[in-house]
Design a protein around this ligand. Sequence first.
Ligand SMILES: [Zn+2]
Length: 215
Amino acid sequence: MNEAMILEAEAVGPLQTNAYVVGCARTKKAAVIDPGDEASLLLGLAETHGLVLEQILITHGHVDHVAAVGAVKAATGARVLINDKERMIYETCAVQGRMFGIRVSAPPRPDGGLEDGDVVQVGELRARVIATPGHSPGGVSFHFAEQRVVFVGDTLFQGSIGRTDLPGGSLEQLLMNIHARLMVLPDDTRVLCGHGPATTIGVEKRSNPFVTGMM
Ligand SMILES: [Zn+2]
């Protein structure tokens, strides 16, 4: 991280999903990535830093990553961005919530898409959208190259990878995307995962059994 980026991480909800508040230190413009629950906590984190939440960036539509999108949007008017292929899963998040015991605010209509190669601007920070489907059909990662941080949702975990047994999942696709699209990032890139601790590309390249098998 560098001083240009304000970053807060919080594990929210019954599945302890990592939600992130990413802010531009100069402009105070901010985005929340994967508001999976506990909207008021996330809004409070932004407020602590004097940040204005303008965007809600969604790595994928599983309920534990989106259950608080409606509440955050209602409070801030932030634009909701999600990949088109992920919309169907996003729209069923209330049904998913009943299965996992997660209370879900009605998912608002997305305000825009997130396609591979898109650049998302958060104040003066820039993130490139990397399509990383496999855990889900329209999953994406957000790469802030200048800050050397990538938010990967449930694509890659410290020492592990996302499950691929949910609708639209594909192990082959997931492994291919991790290999071809994430492991090509600089080794010192911090990997911020949808669950569990952060890691780096270099550490996973050397020690993640799902990755070392492919190198
Ligand atoms: Zn997921």
